[in-house]
Design a protein around this ligand. Structure first.
Ligand SMILES: Cc1cc2nc3c(=O)[nH]c(=O)nc-3n(C[C@H](O)[C@H](O)[C@H](O)COP(=O)(O)OP(=O)(O)OC[C@H]3O[C@@H](n4cnc5c(N)ncnc54)[C@H](O)[C@@H]3O)c2cc1C
Length: 389
């Protein structure tokens, strides 16, 4: 049976950190906002490590994305304070601790030297250290560490606490949270008009934002040419605990490429140590495998041998919303009234403050801020049209 509800100015489909930040910031601008998600505050943030790694995650060809990442990183301290206020005092675990990226063998060292050169060309702050200097900073590092990059600007946040605080902020700012799945986009004539939920409820809205993470390409009713080209990229992660009696273990994020795979250790102030992450193109599978856990432990152990003494408290796999160019899709689509905020891939936690603000600007004024313009979904429609020409 279909029932109707009063309409709102904005409907956000998806209550991961990206949808929640968008809804919160839109509501703060005075827009009547609803959000639909069967499990708001869950999603990839339950798994993510929470590195704010604009500098250490720099890749060739991603210099435009770097600008967006740096801008979002710069907003974090103020964003965390505003969120604490809006959520009734919740702390998101923002920790300005910096990052050390190290090399264990000659190949890794070469890779790191190249990254350092790229960082320097992009005007980023990063300092080359010898193995001994690395161990002076982090005494738990393996004696075999051959050198590393000290990046004092790459910090961290706790994504679970971020998601919980965003949900609380939404509720306290008046966002209507509907704990149901959007089954189908509503389209009136040539305009998106909200969504039909799986219980038959129609949520009507003047503007609809699709923020469904890796599921964003699967919403029924979205015209084919508008569907975002996002795909799930599986990541397995381990959580260990550093007992209080153990004393200092790591004081900052430590990461490396070990025989071609990325491994990182993110120490939280509460003693949690996150070890991640695999990167697997396996569709919707979220199984934690013996092989995944083995590889993470093996590589992390080569970096920091002492981890084998720590209790292993959790193993989990999640899905990053990958896009064809590893950058997010932000802004209006060719279907009037439908906007996208998705495809944040491995930087969704980092990009949460900027995405929330950019989407709220768009929803309130009809215009995306300049910094977000290169990430318009139209860059893929143009590519599609060329492919068919
Ligand atoms: C292993 C791993 C490590 C990571 N580490 C980092 C890191 O260190 N730093 C960083 O910046 N990023 C990291 N990320 C990436 C980051 O977690 C993601 O980019 C980000 O969480 C994506 O958020 P999202 O809200 O777009 O999507 P999601 O978190 O996937 O949320 C989407 C939400 O939409 C809902 N939804 C989907 N379809 C519908 C529908 N039809 N109706 C209603 N609701 C719907 C889902 O229920 C879900 O709650 C990591 C990710 C993984 C998996």
């Amino acid at each position: 049976m279909h029932s109707s509800r009063k309409g709102s100015d904005v409907l956000v489909i998806g209550g991961g950190i990206i949808g929640l930040a968008t809804a919160w910031r839109a509501a703060r601008r005075g827009l009547r906002t609803a959000l639909a998600d069967p499990a708001p505050g869950g999603g990839a943030a339950r798994v993510a490590a929470g590195m704010l790694a604009a500098v250490t995650e720099l890749h060739y060809g991603e210099e435009t994305l770097l600008g967006l990442n740096l801008a979002s990183a710069a907003r974090y301290p103020e964003f965390a304070a505003e969120l604490a206020d809006a959520s009734g005092g919740m702390d998101i675990g923002y920790r300005a601790c910096g990052t050390l990226a190290v090399a264990l063998d000659a190949d890794d060292r070469l890779h790191l030297r190249e990254l350092h050169a790229l960082q320097r060309r992009c005007g980023l702050e990063s300092e080359w250290l010898t193995g001994r200097e690395c161990r002076r900073l982090e005494p738990m590092l393996a004696p075999g560490v051959r050198g590393g990059l000290r990046v004092d600007g790459d910090h961290q946040v706790d994504p679970r606490r971020l998601a919980a605080a965003l949900l609380a902020a939404c509720e306290r700012t008046g966002v209507e949270i509907c704990r149901s799945r959007a089954e189908r986009l509503l389209v009136d004539g040539d305009r998106a008009a909200g969504a039909v939920l799986d219980d038959g409820t129609e949520l009507r809205a003047g503007q609809t934002v699709l923020a469904g993470g890796s599921l964003s390409g699967r919403l029924a009713g979205v015209p084919q040419e508008v569907l975002p080209p996002v795909r799930p990229v599986k990541g397995q992660v381990l959580r260990l605990t550093v007992p209080a009696a153990y004393g200092p273990f790591l004081s900052r994020t430590v990461r490396a490429v070990v025989r071609g795979s990325h491994v990182y250790l993110v120490p939280r102030e509460n003693g949690e140590l996150v070890v991640g992450a695999t990167s697997e193109e396996l569709g919707w599978d979220t199984t934690v495998t013996a092989g995944g856990v083995y590889e993470l432990l093996r590589d992390a152990h080569e970096l920091v041998p002492g981890i084998t003494e720590l209790p292993l408290t959790e193993t989990l796999a999640g899905l990053r919303p990958g896009s064809p160019d590893n950058a997010p899709l932000l802004g209006p689509t060719a279907l009037p009234g439908l906007h996208l905020a998705t495809g944040h891939y491995r930087n969704g936690v980092l990009l949460t403050p900027l995405t929330g603000d950019a989407m709220a600007d768009l929803l309130a004024t009809g215009t995306l801020p300049d910094i977000a313009l290169p990430f318009s979904p139209s860059r893929f429609s143009a590519a599609r049209q060329e492919a068919y020409a």
